[in-house]
Design a protein around this ligand. Structure first.
Ligand SMILES: *Cc1c(COP(=O)(O)O)cnc(C)c1O
Length: 434
């Protein structure tokens, strides 16, 4: 009952011609010109071609009641169902129930980096397919259900393909996903094992994405829900739950600084949207926060634009071990620049060697084995502190968005047994490890 009364109002059905039930979502609105459209599988404004976002009738009632309702919810992202484009009974449907991952107080890492204000790792490797992508797919799959799609698809840098494959398997959808042909074995196997179709494309992620845009416009792709293309507005909302969780886990407080990886820039953009919503709802106190974006040097179009003071992002051809972040032409790049500048943050990049060092640093200090994207955020955090850009006396949350087991190749050449010995004590003594 509470979910309905706090989260929706009577205009929902009127705004929405399709009469689909996506909970408090009331319409799609253009991020550029503000034009509104009924909820549907569309992603670009018909007037100005700007990206569409989900608009809500947000709860206007007592924040304390909403906070209690959330806290009494399930230990997954559906505790925030009143703030997401999903039906109120979403938790009863077959899905992977991701989210509510650990926020680890990283005191050992803080000591190494000289952070005194409190350092936390939001560890999204704990999701069902071991990356943050389960969050966005969970939203997209509800939209796919509402719009009657039976095949789920995506263009992916690896993690998304696995998340779609797994979610589709559980929810009873067919899936057919597209990846660059040269991804890490861990990503390829995880994308294929759930039994859906997996297609390697001879090209970069940007080629894969272009291919998918063509497929959507062709009869071949008719009836397909592409989670990050025609379902992108819904998909994006999954990233907001990272903001919600971080704040709730900090005792309903916004951290002073957040370090977030950038591939397309959607996650960073929606985390900012989530923080703004929490402020509007009165769930957290309004206070300044700084958002820092993290890229790999070998694919750093947003970082380059930030440093050059540009508003537009010049596409690059990616060449980095951080393949999950290797998008050379990031769709949300300009919005990331906006947010970094508006909040007083920055966008920075680190090279492959620094990424590997940072993966090992996090593993050695906190027992968390991150994929290369986590090496990027930890490495960038270190660099920003060294450069005096990130303030070590403030509370800082660094995102780890994926599991190191998926990118073993990155660390394998420099990581292995300390010694290999014959099975007797003499041999062990000789090895000098006792
Ligand atoms: C997809 C992905 C991201 C961020 O992607 P955006 O396109 O910027 O939302 C971050 N980390 C990992 C591991 C990913 O797979």
């Amino acid at each position: 009952m509470a979910a309905q009364t706090v989260a929706t109002n009577d205009t929902t059905a009127v705004d929405n011609d399709n009469a689909v039930d996506l909970g408090p979502a009331s319409a799609l609105s253009c991020r550029e010109c503000g034009e509104r459209f009924p909820l549907g599988p569309i992603f670009a404004c018909e007037i100005c071609f700007g990206p569409l976002e989900v608009a809500y009738d947000l709860p206007t009632g007592d924040p304390e009641a909403l906070r209690k309702q959330i806290e009494a919810g399930p230990d997954n992202l559906w505790r925030y169902a009143p703030l997401l484009p999903v039906p109120a009974d979403v938790a009863t449907k077959p899905n992977l129930n991701p989210g509510w991952t650990k926020l680890v107080k990283a005191d050992n890492l803080a000591r190494e980096l000289g952070v005194t204000g409190g350092l936390f790792i939001k560890d999204d490797s704990g999701n069902p397919t071991h990356s943050f992508k389960d969050r966005v797919v969970a939203q997209a799959i509800e939209a796919a259900r509402a719009f009657g799609f039976t095949t789920l698809s995506c263009s992916s840098t690896g993690n998304l393909a696995g998340a779609v494959g797994a979610a589709a398997a559980r929810a009873g959808f067919r899936s057919c996903v597209f990846i660059p042909h040269d991804l890490e074995q861990g990503k390829v196997v995880m994308a294929a094992v759930y039994g859906g179709e997996l297609v390697g494309i001879e090209g970069t992620y940007d080629d894969v994405n272009r291919f998918c845009s063509e497929l959507i416009g062709d009869p071949l792709g008719e009836g397909w829900g592409f989670v990050n293309v025609n379902l992108r507005p819904y998909y994006g909302e999954g990233s907001k739950t990272l903001a919600y969780e971080i704040c709730e886990q900090l005792g309903w407080q916004i951290p002073d600084q957040l370090v977030i990886p950038i591939a397309s820039g959607s996650q960073l953009t929606k985390i900012d949207k989530g923080l703004q919503e929490l402020i509007k709802l009165g769930l957290v106190e309004d206070k300044p926060y700084k958002i820092f974006g993290a890229q790999a040097e070998g694919c750093s179009p947003v970082s380059a634009a930030f440093k050059a003071g540009h508003d537009v992002v010049k596409p690059q051809k990616p060449d980095t071990i951080a393949k999950s972040l290797a998008i050379g032409n990031p769709a949300d790049g300009p919005y990331v620049l906006d947010i970094a500048r508006r909040t007083g943050g920055a966008v920075e990049d680190v090279n492959d060697e620094q990424i590997v060092d940072a993966i090992k640093l996090l593993a050695r200090t906190e027992g968390i084995f991150a994929e290369t994207a986590g090496g990027v955020t930890v490495g960038v955090t270190r660099k920003l502190i060294e450069n005096g850009v990130l303030d070590p006396s403030l509370t800082t949350v660094v995102l780890n968005t994926g599991d190191g087991l998926k990118t073993l190749d990155a660390v394998a050449p420099t990581t292995g047994p300390t010694a290999t010995i014959r099975p007797n004590l003499d041999a062990f003594r000789e090895a000098g490890l006792a």
